[in-house]
Write a protein that binds this ligand. Structure first.
Ligand code: ATP
Length: 341
């Protein structure tokens, strides 16, 4: 990466006994869409609030565009950071119409009416300036919140669980629209989410947070395909874990021998994604299908292996499997080995 636009160095924040953020290092490039992903309580909102200036770090340094925002000797208050925040509930003023909500973000003296029109054009809501927030859909409210955030011409946009208040049916569409909007404006954006699908689909890079620490960061595909630790693998996607013995790049487990890229020999935990397992029905069947959840585009079978282990197997939509079927479980794709603890 060229010189990072946003940089956190060893940033920590404690609340009483809780180490909410623990020596976090983070670098975000200019124009990048970056996700902080992690389970509830891992500290992602606190990190966002530290970047926004709503909290002061106990230790460490935060820099934006080469300027120190927070350190042991300096603290730039939130309103002086030129950082916009879009909240989970969009935080529109319910008694103001759309135009006034957007104008609220504009600096004084600007040609307000023209600018509001431009911003509403940008977010695809031209002509709706007279509507009240409650007369808009969730996705439209989200776009008004974005327009208001962009009005102040921020250097950085922070989004806190920006899609969690939207109906699942519209979430995917709004997500794609927001991504396109952020990219068209070219603004650097950091958003927090506990939803892995959201992080992987929206962000150009993702940092996975657990217990106040960033445990892995990288491009979405790298996080999904090469999780650094078992907890990361468990948190992202559907993973099966089997005890195995690795020798020379071959892992032996109860499903047979599987090629792995492992830099070690010895006892291992083998991670195999649900989509990397397949079922075969034949005379030598050793496993039993316990149930199948049908999703339309695909389905997820829970299978009890010969040893009694429960395995998740993702099946293409056309494959017919039913509870009670006797099957053989095969490794059809990649596996990854972690050394046993
Ligand atoms: P969620 O997804 O549930 O919002 P999160 O990953 O954003 O979780 P944070 O809100 O950053 O997590 O909280 C991290 C930890 O710090 C939690 O244990 C939380 O209870 C604690 N915490 C956060 N803010 C405060 C506060 N103002 N006072 C005390 N404890 C706090």
């Amino acid at each position: 990466m060229s010189e990072p636009f946003l940089r956190c160095r060893a940033v920590s924040k404690r609340f009483g006994q809780t180490q909410a953020v623990d020596r976090v290092d983070l670098e975000v490039a200019q124009g990048e869409i970056f996700a902080l992903l992690g389970p509830s309580g891992c500290g992602k909102t606190t990190l966002l609030r530290l970047i926004g200036g709503f909290e002061a770090p106990d230790a460490g340094e935060i820099e934006l565009d080469g300027h120190v925002l927070a350190s042991s000797s300096r603290f730039v208050p939130a309103e002086k950071r030129r950082i916009a925040v879009v909240f989970q509930d969009f935080a529109l003023f319910p008694h103001m119409n759309v135009g006034k909500n957007v104008a609220f973000g504009l600096p004084n003296g600007a040609d307000r009416k023209r600018r509001v029109g431009e911003l509403l054009d940008l977010v695809g809501l031209s002509g709706l300036d007279g509507r009240m927030p409650h007369e808009l859909s969730g996705g439209q409210q989200q776009r008004v919140a974005l327009a208001r955030a962009l009005a102040a011409e921020p250097r950085l946009m922070l989004l806190d669980e920006p899609f969690s208040n939207l109906d699942p049916a519209v979430r995917q569409r709004v997500r794609a629209e927001v991504k396109q909007l952020i990219q068209s404006v070219g603004i650097t954006a950091v958003f927090v989410t506990h939803d892995q699908e959201e992080a992987l689909s929206l962000a150009e890079r993702v940092a996975v947070m657990m217990d106040g620490c960033i445990v892995q960061s990288g491009e979405p595909a790298a996080i999904y395909e090469q999780p650094a630790t078992r907890p990361v693998a468990e948190f992202i996607g559907d993973a099966n874990f089997l005890p195995a013995e690795v020798r020379g790049g071959i892992a032996s487990c109860e499903l047979g021998e599987v090629r792995v890229q492992a830099g070690f020999d010895g006892a291992a935990e083998l991670m195999i994604r649900a989509e990397d397992l397949a079922l075969r029905g034949d005379g030598a069947s050793t496993a039993e299908v316990l149930n199948v959840e049908y999703y339309g585009h695909d389905q997820m079978a829970t299978v009890r292996s010969a040893s009694g282990r429960l395995l998740k197997v993702r099946l293409p939509a056309g494959v017919h499997a039913n509870a009670g079927d006797r099957v053989t479980v095969e490794v059809a794709g990649e596996a990854r080995a972690f050394p046993s603890q």
